[in-house]
Design a protein around this ligand. Structure first.
Ligand SMILES: Cc1cc2nc3c(=O)[nH]c(=O)nc-3n(C[C@H](O)[C@H](O)[C@H](O)COP(=O)(O)O)c2cc1C
Length: 245
């Protein structure tokens, strides 16, 4: 349809990078793109921290367990949901901090941060760079926050590795629109209408270049949600000043 949409439809997460550098000019463009996203009520509730220190990269890569590309990719950013700037402004003007502590503000910061990251991802892919989100920094969210000196009213949401792709898997097939898009009201999933999609995903996993697997989308999800992930995140967010209410 057009180049932007073609690029979006070709997205794949990249986990193998060449040694080629991401240039300073490219990094500046990526950061400008991230900062230019929509932002709830113009609060701009995120910060981006580039991790260049190799010891720190190793430490964070170890925390992710599954993502050695955190230390191998040329560039690694941590996206921080950030209401600390607002906290400082409110304190300086003797205003209560209650309104930045609640769940709605936490959602605002999470969404703002995610929009910035996805803008960066789209910009990177438009320059033929590869990206991978790294949610597994939350395997030890507290340690990551301490390692990068995060203050109250902030938290590390995810990282993003960026570099020149060495290997790219095929595009991962997405749910059929009939299972994800509706008009006027929500459409409940019928268990049996995923069988065609499961077969498609099975073929994708069997044939992909890296880490082939014998699984379907249904099986993956049953495995992912057979236990509670990172229950300690809530306590950490409370320590950071959020009420979760
Ligand atoms: C918020 C978020 C966190 C993610 N965390 C990781 C991660 O820690 N490690 C990793 O290898 N991939 C991670 N991914 C990549 C997903 O596994 C990937 O997007 C998904 O399997 C779809 O594949 P695709 O991006 O190649 O289409 C993450 C993606 C998102 C959106």
């Amino acid at each position: 349809m057009n180049q932007t949409i073609d690029n979006l439809l070709q997205h794949v997460s990249v986990r193998n990078f060449t040694n080629q550098k991401v240039t300073t000019e490219q990094k500046n463009a990526l950061l400008d793109a991230a900062q230019s996203g929509s932002t709830s009520e113009f609060v701009q509730a995120f910060s981006i921290i580039e991790i260049t220190d190799s010891k720190l990269r190793q430490e964070i890569s170890d925390i992710t367990i599954s993502s050695p590309h955190v230390k191998e990719a040329d560039t690694f950013y941590i996206f921080v949901a950030d209401l600390n700037r607002q906290a400082q402004l409110l304190k300086a003007h003797n205003q209560s901090l209650d309104s930045i502590k609640n769940m709605e503000s936490l959602l605002v910061a999470t969404v703002d941060t995610t929009i910035a990251a996805q803008n960066m991802a789209t910009a990177a892919e438009s320059m033929n760079l590869g990206i991978c989100y790294i949610g597994s920094i939350r395997n030890n969210i507290k340690k990551v926050a301490q390692a990068i000196d995060l203050p109250k009213y902030t938290f590390p949401l995810f990282g993003m590795t960026i570099g020149v792709p060495e290997l790219k898997n095929q595009h991962k097939p997405r749910l059929p629109q009939k299972n994800q898009v509706a008009i006027n009201s929500y459409k409940q999933l019928q268990a049996d209408n995923l069988s065609e999609y499961d077969q498609k995903v099975k073929t994708y996993y069997a044939n992909r270049k890296s880490n082939p697997q014998d699984t379907t989308w249904t099986e993956k999800n049953l495995n992912i949600f057979d236990h509670i992930h990172r229950p300690e995140v809530a306590a950490f967010l409370k320590e950071q000043g959020f009420s979760l209410e």
